[in-house]
Design a protein around this ligand. Structure first.
Ligand code: PGA
Length: 263
């Protein structure tokens, strides 16, 4: 499906990297490297660790930067006895606009379930922020031929009882787990096939209109050298970048994929 109407969205998921001093430096470098035209062409969201959010928010406000502030995770309830957790409401107060939910590291290391991920999406949208829902299969599932079953199952569970408007406004990232942080990328064709199946499924869950509006990302070992090929796919509207987003120069080249042939 052609992606002309959907603004590309490039997201930097810093994971547990960069303290708040390093975060400020990285955002300042990025701001220096990116131009007004870049921000007109792509939405750039940055997802630092919780302890950096206030510093990055202050920098974005003070210098009127065009980065969109994101978070990596939140809890599903508003407040209460949940030691160590952060609610969606708190993030919204910091002008966070996008929250990653259901990242495979959260699912696998921290035991997040489809049900808790669904509840987090409800909480994020209640606070008027945009979820970036991650779905993806393990290497074993891929080899067993169950990629679609796994990915579309995660999708159906996450989108359950969400309205057309709510689904339309979401971002969904296809992140094959075997490609995350491994240097292995799904081939662009392969990524396109799964991403287009996600769009197809959304048209069944909701409508063709919603499916053609929702922005879909690919994630897993994206770098400046492979971004152009990935973004050339008709159903891929953006990327979720881990490792390569930590380096301002590399991430800037990713955000500028449209300008030149990447090395
Ligand atoms: P990676 O991570 O780019 O380091 O593979 C992607 C992600 O986990 O979102």
């Amino acid at each position: 499906m052609s992606n002309e109407a959907r603004k590309p969205i490039i997201s930097g998921n810093w994971k547990m990297n960069h303290n708040h001093f390093e975060a400020i430096q990285c955002v300042q470098k990025l701001a220096y490297l990116l131009t007004k035209d870049d921000f007109a062409a792509v939405d750039v969201t940055i997802h630092p660790p919780f302890t950096d959010l206030r510093s990055v928010q202050t920098l974005i406000d003070a210098d009127e930067l065009k980065f969109i502030l994101g978070a990596q995770h939140c809890h599903e309830v508003d407040s209460g006895a949940f030691t160590g957790e952060i609610s969606a409401m708190f993030l919204a107060k910091l002008n966070v606009s996008y929250v990653i939910v259901g990242h495979s590291e959260r699912r696998e290391i921290f035991g997040e379930t489809d049900e808790s991920i669904h509840n987090k999406i409800v909480a994020i949208q209640k606070s008027k922020m945009t979820p970036i829902l991650c779905v993806g299969e393990t290497l074993a599932e891929r080899e067993a031929g169950t990629t679609y079953e796994k990915v579309l199952g995660q999708l159906r569970s996450a989108l359950e009882k969400r309205t057309a408007e709510q689904i339309k406004s979401m971002v969904i990232a296809y992140e094959p787990i075997w490609a995350i942080g491994t240097g292995k990328t799904a081939t662009a064709d392969d990524a396109q096939r799964v991403v287009s199946a996600i769009r197809e499924e959304i048209s069944k869950i909701s409508s063709a209109n919603v499916a053609s509006a929702v922005r879909l990302q690919y994630g897993g070992s994206v770098k400046a050298s492979n971004i152009a090929e990935i973004m050339a796919q008709p159903d891929i509207d953006g990327v979720l970048v881990g490792g390569a987003s930590l380096d301002a120069a590399e991430f800037a080249r990713i955000c500028q994929y449209r300008l030149k042939k990447q090395d």
